[in-house]
Every structure is written in structure tokens, then in C-alpha cells.
Design a protein around this ligand. Structure first.
Ligand SMILES: Nc1nc2c(ncn2[C@@H]2O[C@H](COP(=O)(O)OP(=O)(O)OP(=O)(O)O)[C@@H](O)[C@H]2O)c(=O)[nH]1
Ligand SMILES: [Mg+2]
Length: 200
């Protein structure tokens, strides 16, 4: 897709602050530090659109980016980050759960896992819930540049087996470092918002 504009709109800390213009949304979820913000930057060909950090817990709110004036990317806070207070954790979790539960404009959730590791129980919880709620999602395995050949194939196979119960038969092999998988992921995103008459 040709990106003609991408701008940060706002950081939402409570659900009453969600944008009200009704544009479709594609959101990015995954465990803390997995590479959500990096992936979003790679899709947009921007280096510093979404803030990236090697310290987990960088993205704390729902960050809305308006793309081509036609749809939003939503960078979500990561789950499973232990080094924060119970109180802060609950605030994040409520925000994240609340958004996923209520957003009428969410067209696709990009669920991101770290291909080097096995999918975590928290990822499984999320997938279980998405399946139950029939929220469309695509599963992306990032940091694939850190693996190669047999190692990469093995990790893809192991994780595919773990998600087969959700009817997922593909994990998109992605790297924010090399741009691998970028075209394929845009294809999925375009398909998901196609119904809105946005992409030809
Ligand atoms: N090698 C490699 N490193 C990556 C990749 N994607 C992200 N990283 C690194 O992983 C770290 C975390 O990246 P972020 O994009 O901030 O991760 P996040 O999921 O948004 O993190 P939180 O907002 O804290 O939940 C950073 O040091 C990135 O440079 C990738 O595809 N390959
Ligand atoms: Mg982030």
C-alpha cells in the first residue's frame, strides 16, 4: 500500500477518549517488548513514529496513528510485564481488555509473538478470547532475523502446532530489522479494511 500520510493523533489513557470519527482500526497486540512498536514503524517506513525501547513497558496507553486520512493503527501496551506495580498493571489490563471488548471499529488485531520463543500462556489466553468473540486476527512471528534455516523452520512448526486449536494455519514470518514479511502483512491489513471501500 502506498502511504501518503501517517500522523500520531493521540495517546488514550481511558476508553472515553477513543476517537469518535468512526474510521476503521487495525491494532497491534503482544507481550511486552515483543516488537509491536517496531513492527508498526516498519509497516509505515518510519523510524520513530511509534516509540521503541529495549526496556519493556514503553507503550503505556493506546496510541492512535491516522494513516492516509482513512484508517487508524493502534499501538497497544504489552501484556505480561512483571516489573510494575499491581495497580499500574491492572490499569493497563483494564484499558487493553476494555478496548478489545468494546471497540466497534476494530477490523483486525495483529497478534505478535517472538519467533525465538514458544507462544506464552498469555498469548493463548488472548487467542482464546479473540476466537470466542470472533474478532479477526493475524498471527505474526517477529524478530525472525535472529533465526535462520532449520532453527526458523522449527520455531514456526512448534508454534503452529500450539495455535492449530484456533484454526490458525499460518504464522507470518516477520522482521522489523530486515523488513521481511512487510508486504504480506500489508496484504492482510488491506483485506481486513477492504470492506470499508478504502483500498482498491
Ligand atoms: N533483531 C530484532 N530486534 C527487534 C525487532 N523488533 C523489535 N526489536 C527490538 O526489540 C525491542 C523492543 O521493541 P519494541 O518495538 O519497543 O517492543 P514493544 O512490543 O512495542 O514493547 P512495549 O511497548 O514495551 O510493550 C527493541 O530493542 C527493538 O529494537 C526485530 O524484528 N528484530
Ligand atoms: Mg511499544
Amino acid at each position: 500500500m502506498k502511504i501518503t500520510s501517517a500522523e500520531f493523533i493521540k495517546s488514550v489513557a481511558s476508553l472515553d477518549q477513543l476517537p469518535k470519527d468512526g474510521l476503521p482500526e487495525v491494532a497491534f497486540a503482544g507481550r511486552s517488548n515483543v516488537g509491536k512498536s517496531s513492527l508498526l514503524n516498519t509497516l509505515l517506513n518510519r523510524k520513530k513514529m511509534a516509540l521503541v525501547s529495549s526496556t519493556p513497558g514503553k507503550t503505556k496507553h493506546l496510541n492512535f496513528f491516522k494513516i492516509n486520512q482513512r484508517f487508524y493503527f493502534v499501538d497497544l501496551p504489552g501484556y505480561g510485564f512483571a516489573r510494575i506495580s499491581k495497580n499500574t498493571y491492572n490499569q493497563w489490563k483494564n484499558l487493553l481488555d476494555g478496548y478489545l471488548r468494546t471497540s466497534p471499529h476494530l477490523k483486525l488485531l495483529v497478534v505478535i509473538i517472538d519467533l525465538r520463543h514458544e507462544i506464552t500462556p498469555m498469548d493463548i489466553d488472548l487467542l482464546t478470547w479473540l476466537s470466542f468473540k470472533r474478532i479477526p486476527f493475524v498471527l505474526v512471528g517477529t524478530k525472525s532475523d535472529k533465526l535462520s534455516g532449520n532453527g526458523l523452520r522449527r520455531q514456526l512448526e512448534i508454534n503452529k502446532k500450539l495455535v492449530a486449536q484456533f484454526g490458525v494455519n499460518e504464522i507470518l514470518d516477520f522482521s522489523s530489522l530486515t523488513g521481511k514479511g512487510r508486504v504480506q502483512l500489508w496484504r492482510e491489513i488491506s483485506k481486513s479494511i477492504h470492506g470499508e471501500g478504502i483500498i482498491n
